[in-house]
Structure formats: C-alpha cells, structure tokens
Design a protein around this ligand. Structure first.
Ligand SMILES: *Cc1c(COP(=O)(O)O)cnc(C)c1O
Length: 384
C-alpha cells in the first residue's frame, strides 16, 4: 500500500493512505464502529475492535507514522503517557532496572520516581552527556536506557549517538521521547534507536485539540507493546485518529516555519538588554548546539529564557504579552508561554529544580505559526 516516498513532506500526505481510496474519499473517513464482522481470525489480538487499535483509522496512521521516521512499525495510543507507560511496562518486570536521563518530562519522571518501586522496578537517573557515568550505574538486570531528544525546558541535547552505542554494547533497548524534535527534525530509527515515543498532542497533531500518543520503531518490539496495549486499553479513539491524521499532514510546513521563527526570536532575545540568558539549541553558545547541528534538521520551536529582575520581572512580562497564551502544553499553531516552576516542574522542590538549572524565573515559550515580526513586536513592548 505504501510506496517508498523519499521526502517527509510527501510521506505526510501520501504514506499509509488507503489505495484504492475508500468510496473515492480523498480524506480518510472516520470508521465509527466499535466492532467489525468476524472474518476467521484465530487470535483475540487480531479481532477488529477499537480497543485493539486495529480499525482502518488506526492502520492508516500506523503506516504513516512509521514512514515519517523511516522505521519498521508504529502504534498510536490514547495519550503520550499511554505510549510511555505501556512501553516501559512492556519491557520492565519486577527485579529489572532502567537507566533514564535526568530532567525528563514531568509525567515520565513521576511514573519512574513514584510508581516503579511498588512494581519492584529500580532505576537510576543519569546525565545525558556523561556516558562514563552510565556504565557505572549499569546492573545485571538493566533492560533499557531512556532519553529525550531535547530536554524540557532547557533544550539540552544528550549524547544521543553514545546512547545508541551504549545500548547495543550492553544489550539494552534504547528508547527516546522524540516529542520536542518531531520526525521533521529528528528520526531516531535512522540513528539506531529501537523505539521513539511521542506525545502526538504536541507537534504531530499541532492544533491543541486532542490528546494522543505514539510509539515508533522496531516491529518486533512494537508487536510486544501492541499486545500490552490491548490489555491496558490505552487505545486511540477513531475521532481522535481522524483529527491526528488531518493535523499531521501539515507537520512539515508548521515545523519548518516554527524552526525559523523560534531561531529568530531566540536571537532577538539574546540581544535584548533586559534578558539574562536564552536557552535554544540553535544558538551557538548553547551546550547542545554542536550535537543539534549534527543530529537534527532543525532546532525546533521551543525556547526558554531568563530576565534580569527574577520572578517579579518574569511575572510582569507574562502579564504584558498579548499574543502568546499563558498555558501549559506546546507544539500547537498558537504560541504558548509558561513558567515551568509553576507548571511542568511544580512537582519538584525548589532545590531539585535548582540542581537541574531550572530557576523560578525561567520563562518557556512554544513558538506558534503567527508572524515572527508580530511576535517579536509583542515581546518588545512587553519587555519595555
Ligand atoms: C506532553 C508530553 C508528554 C505526555 O504527553 P500526553 O499526550 O500529555 O500524555 C510526554 N513527553 C513529552 C516530552 C511531552 O511534552
């Protein structure tokens, strides 16, 4: 069904689309049917049923998402956390051990730090740029190493090539949350990662109107995850499948624009006399710059910065901007702005945040697709 299109922009439109078209429909119809006529399947996992994630809406998305990252297979889920928790619990059993990058997405950090012990799973958080320290934390039952393509909110880039190498040498499954980069900027399978995870709520859908997730990667591992997902029930509803399918078609257009816009805004902020520090991997003085240049096709639409004048100045700035909406989440067409200390990282103590370099005055921006000059003009008036 899927031809080998080379460009991601063409894959976004054509990969996974049913051929022949269903009743000639140019847009994938919604199959709003919980169950489907029995057609001789032997296994429970092959019956067609929405929770088994195998209706036509799921199948089209699975093919499209796998094609985007040049991977073997993909699976959509009810949320990003549905993909992450199901993946971790497919491969980690009581007595097993996980190596995970410190400073993970809040929900992922919580499942590891708060829920694992009751399941008898142990873990160590490690620095993404210090492979020697990973080796020291390795245990006989270490099963996997888990990282993110860019950390939130400082946009640090781990030594991702070393992660893949370390996993291969030590027989671990390499897992990466690729939400922040999106398949336009980074395709983990091309660098040897076993599994790539996404909150499709963010860039893949891009319109801040659904919650969805995906896991993309090696087909043998995806098959194991699929079976676990069938039991856990974190399958994606066909309506949400339809919206994700529609939203993802413009991913490349949106992401390329957001890459450019965020870079321009980062440069503007870096020059401004009221700004103390800007975190964006496209700035040459950012710690992740060299790695981002080597691994990524773009630096992404996320940036964070600190103002001179601390929390007070940050709060005033957030009240004064008119275009960005003060809200958590990211990756949509509208710019969003938050203070991580009060939102995504409020679960951590001030000391924990400080250890990770996240100050209480840090402001995070998800750059949308508004005109760059309009956004800069708005930031400019707010900074005055
Ligand atoms: C939002 C997010 C998640 C969780 O996704 P949900 O769709 O909200 O469950 C996981 N990882 C990253 C990096 C995220 O930004």
């Amino acid at each position: 069904m899927t031809k080998q299109y080379k460009s991601i922009q063409t894959k976004l439109i054509h990969a996974g689309e049913p051929r022949p078209l269903i009743q000639g429909a140019v847009s994938m119809p919604i199959f709003q049917s919980s169950t489907f006529e029995y057609s001789g399947q032997d296994s429970y996992h092959d019956l067609r049923y929405i929770r088994l994630n195998n209706t036509p809406n799921h199948i089209a998305l699975h093919e499209k998402l796998a094609a985007l990252e040049n991977a073997e297979a993909a699976l959509v889920t009810a949320s990003g956390m549905g993909a992450i928790s199901t993946t971790l619990l497919t491969f980690l059993f009581p007595g097993d051990h996980l190596l995970a990058q410190e400073c993970l997405y809040g929900g992922t950090h919580e499942i590891i730090a708060k829920d694992f012990s009751a399941m008898g799973i142990s873990y160590n958080f490690v620095k993404g740029d210090d492979p020697d320290s990973w080796k020291r934390k390795l245990r006989p039952r270490t099963r996997a190493i888990y990282v993110e393509s860019m950390t939130n909110p400082l946009l640090q880039v781990a030594d991702l090539k070393a992660v893949v190498e370390f996993a291969k040498v030590n027989g671990l499954i390499s897992m990466i949350d690729n939400t922040f980069a999106s398949p336009v900027n980074f395709r983990p399978a091309e660098w040897g990662f076993d599994l790539s995870l996404h909150s499709c709520t963010k860039y893949l859908n891009g319109h801040s109107d659904i919650v969805a997730g995906a896991v993309i990667g090696r087909s043998d591992l995806i098959e194991d995850i699929r079976r676990k997902l069938n039991h856990f029930g974190a399958s994606l509803d066909p309506h949400a499948c339809f919206l994700l399918h529609r939203g993802v078609k413009t991913l490349s257009l949106r992401m390329k624009y957001q890459n450019e816009s965020a870079l321009e805004i980062a440069k503007y902020l870096e020059e401004h006399s009221s700004v103390e520090k800007v975190n964006y991997p496209g700035l040459e003085n950012h710690s992740g710059y060299q790695r981002a240049c080597e691994l990524f096709d773009g630096f992404g639409g996320m940036l964070s910065f600190e103002l001179k004048g601390g929390v007070k100045a940050a709060e005033r700035f957030m009240q004064k901007v008119t275009l960005p909406i003060v809200a958590p989440s990211l990756g949509g067409v509208e710019s969003l702005i938050t203070r991580p200390a009060t939102t995504s990282h409020s679960g951590m103590s001030p000391d924990e945040r400080e250890a990770l370099g996240i100050s209480d005055s840090l402001i995070r921006v998800s750059v949308g697709i508004e005109d760059t000059e309009d956004l800069i003009a708005d930031f400019d008036q707010a900074l005055k």
